[in-house]
Each structure stands twice: as structure tokens, then as C-alpha cells.
Write a protein that binds this ligand. Structure first.
Ligand SMILES: *Cc1c(COP(=O)(O)O)cnc(C)c1O
Length: 387
């Protein structure tokens, strides 16, 4: 069987043909440096300007509030370190959650070593952060709160508007990692009330190696990448012109007809969830049943290892992930699943299937036709399992 089913869209997505098309000229004939003043460079400068406008429109921001970065990870690093250092005279306390992406968690851990103190908010069994727990964690010296918009492993969507309102009331900066949200949820920075928001092109049909940080006008934040005068002097480095142009096109496409698109994806998700729960015993669906990314399915299969499951799915042409892509290769169970209160032995047997725009009903049916047998075979080999 030659069928290939890509269900790892939370790890990365294929570049859309229309996106590639707008990128190509800047890798070929339009190679000028956007900072140069001669005519040859004008098209590159215009491409970056157009992309900034496209990102601003998608987020309901102003173009001068959009700063291009090398990736989502850089946007998170910049937001958190930049805001921490620029505001440390007011206090050195930061708040985040236990389920953030490592781009946020490891940045917070680094800042702890630099003398900041960090509160890691717990989540409930579905992965939700409670506004009450945020209120209780806020101190006189709190300068920054960072909570992700949607979790990359379990898909839980956090109540960002409510959390950001609590921060605003106390005049504390609020950052959200919206890398998983763009193209899956409506994202309006004004309505959300956030001071900073991170995104990454390759998670919504754009190229790898380019992201952006929204910084609300007036937000105090240090420069992260020191160098030339690019990005209004706040992020040095010659622009990734092709990548930036691709990001602009990708965010426009990803946010168009969002409702119709996510409705279709959600129907595939429901079919997949129902199919798994009905055909396989001892399965737990992780994350919130409804407050979840339209394309996210994350399950724990008792008595088996996630890695073994992935290898057998791969042999059947299914690309999926266990825990988060960044931790596969390590045997530590996912910090997100542990934060839900799952014991280690269950957190090890997790599978994430993330559905994207290119997936079809036939893809879901293929997974449902191979997964029950794989689970059965692996359980038959497990010393922990008895029927
Ligand atoms: C993928 C991802 C990132 C990192 O983005 P890169 O562009 O790959 O560096 C950060 N946060 C979340 C939630 C992600 O899913």
C-alpha cells in the first residue's frame, strides 16, 4: 500500500503553491537588499512592506506594530527577554504556564538564572489555565505574563481575552504564543487585548525559518537582535525577503474563509476521535473536548509506548507525532501531559494526529483502518497488558 497520510500539521505544514509562487522572484531575479537605495532593490523593499501590511491586516494590527523574525522561537525569545529586561526596574517577577512550548519555557528558565523569578501556573485536567489562578499569582513586582493561545500538543485553547484583561487591569504586559492559532482560530490583537503575539509561517502553509512578533505601540521592549537598522532599528539582520513575502501570502490565505475551512477540519477531527474511541479500548482523549484546535487529536493508549506506535503508523504511511516533535528522540514523557496530572506510564503512550487543510475523509478512514490492529499487536507484546 502506497498511501501517504500526513497528520502532523502542528509540527509543520506543506508550503502552499501560491505561497511558493510569490517567494520565487526574490530567490531569483529580485535579489536586491531591501535596505539599498537603487532601483534594483525597490521590489524587495516593496515585498517586505506588502507582507507587513498583510500580517497587520490578518491580526487587526497596524503595519508598524509587526516585526519579522527568524522563527516562532525567536519571536517568543524576543517578547519575553525583551520585555523582562526593559521593565526590570519595575520588578523581576514573570508568570507563565506549565504547558508552554519550550521556546517559552526554556526562555523563562534562562531568565530565572539571570535573577528573575517565574511562576508556572498549573492547568486543569483538560489543560485550561484558570483566570482565578492568574489573579492569585500576580504580585506587586510582576512585569510580564505569557500564556499560549492554543497548546501545540493537546490543542486546548486558552481564554486569552479574559487573562489579558486581568493583566491590563494591573498594567502588566501580556504576551501570547499564537503559533498554533493562526489559520485555526480567529486572531484579533485588539479584541484579545494582548501587548505582544508570536507567530510562525511554517505552521500555516508558509516557509520554515520566518516568523513575526506583534508589538503593540507603546510597549516597552529591548532590542533582541543587535545589528543594522532593519525593522525600524529594533531587529537587525538583512530581511529574509522571500520568506517574509511567503509569510505575508500564507497568512492572508490562512485567515481567509476561516470558518468554512475550520468547520470542515473539525468534522474530520470528530470522525477521527469518535472512530478511535469506538474501535479501541483503554484510550483517553487528552485536552478539552470542545475548547480545542479544530485539527487536534491527542490520545493516550494504555500499556503501549508512543514511539512504537509512531514507527508502525509510519510503516502504514501515516506521519504523526508523540508528545511534541521537539522531544521525540528523548524518552521523557511530555511535560504537557504530566501537567494534566497523567501518570508517567500513561503519558508515554500518547499519539498526536494534527489535521490540516490538505487532509481528506479518506485520510481519516485510512488511519481508522490501520490503528486498531497496531494497538492490538503492541498490546499483545506488552508485559503490562492482559485482556
Ligand atoms: C512550532 C511552535 C513554536 C516554534 O516555532 P518555530 O518557528 O518552529 O521556531 C513555538 N510555539 C508553538 C506553540 C509552536 O507550535
Amino acid at each position: 500500500m502506497d498511501r501517504f497520510v500526513y497528520l502532523d500539521n502542528s509540527a509543520t505544514t506543506p508550503v502552499k503553491p501560491e505561497v511558493l509562487e510569490v517567494m520565487l522572484p526574490y530567490l531569483q531575479t529580485e535579489y536586491g537588499n531591501p535596505s539599498s537605495i537603487y532601483k534594483k532593490a525597490a521590489s524587495a523593499e516593496a515585498a517586505v512592506r506588502e507582507a507587513r501590511k498583510q500580517v497587520a491586516e490578518a491580526l487587526h494590527a497596524e503595519p508598524n506594530e509587526i516585526f519579522f523574525t527568524a522563527c516562532g522561537t525567536e519571536a517568543d525569545n524576543w517578547a519575553i527577554k525583551g520585555a523582562a529586561y526593559a521593565n526590570q526596574h519595575k520588578g523581576k517577577h514573570l508568570i507563565t504556564t506549565q504547558i508552554e512550548h519550550h521556546a517559552v519555557l526554556h526562555t523563562m528558565e534562562y531568565l530565572e538564572k539571570q535573577g528573575f523569578s517565574v511562576t508556572y501556573l498549573p492547568v486543569d485536567a483538560e489543560g485550561l489555565v484558570s483566570p482565578e489562578s492568574l489573579k492569585e499569582a500576580i504580585r506587586e513586582d510582576t512585569i510580564l505574563i505569557s500564556v499560549m493561545m492554543a497548546n501545540n500538543e493537546i490543542g486546548t485553547v486558552e481564554p486569552i481575552r479574559e487573562l489579558a484583561a486581568i493583566a491590563a487591569e494591573k498594567k502588566i504586559l501580556f504576551h501570547t504564543d499564537a503559533v498554533q492559532a493562526i489559520g485555526s482560530l480567529p486572531v484579533d490583537v485588539k479584541e484579545l487585548g494582548v501587548s505582544m503575539l508570536s507567530l510562525s509561517a511554517h505552521k500555516f502553509g508558509g516557509p520554515k525559518g520566518v516568523g513575526a512578533l506583534y508589538i503593540k505601540k507603546g510597549t516597552k521592549i529591548d532590542t533582541f537582535m543587535h545589528g543594522g537598522a532593519q525593522e525600524r532599528g529594533r531587529r537587525g539582520g538583512t530581511e529574509n525577503v522571500a520568506g517574509v513575502a511567503g509569510l505575508g501570502k500564507a497568512i492572508t490565505l490562512a485567515t481567509q474563509k476561516l470558518e468554512a475551512k475550520t468547520e470542515r477540519i473539525m468534522a474530520l477531527r470528530e470522525k477521527l476521535i469518535e472512530g478511535i474511541l469506538q474501535s479501541i479500548p483503554d484510550v483517553r482523549l487528552n485536552g478539552h473536548r470542545t475548547k480545542r484546535l479544530p485539527g487536534n487529536v491527542n490520545c493516550c493508549f494504555r500499556y503501549i509506548e508512543g514511539e512504537a506506535l509512531l514507527l508502525r503508523l509510519d510503516a502504514k504511511g501515516v506521519a504523526a507525532s508523540s508528545g511534541s516533535a521537539c522531544t521525540s528522540g528523548s524518552l521523557d514523557p511530555s511535560h504537557v501531559l504530566l501537567a494534566l496530572g497523567l501518570p508517567h506510564e500513561i503519558a508515554h503512550g500518547s499519539l498526536r494526529l494534527s489535521i490540516g487543510e490538505q487532509n481528506t475523509e479518506a485520510d481519516v478512514e485510512h488511519v481508522l483502518s490501520v490503528l486498531p490492529d497496531i494497538v492490538k499487536t503492541l498490546r499483545a507484546m506488552s508485559p503490562l497488558y492482559s485482556e
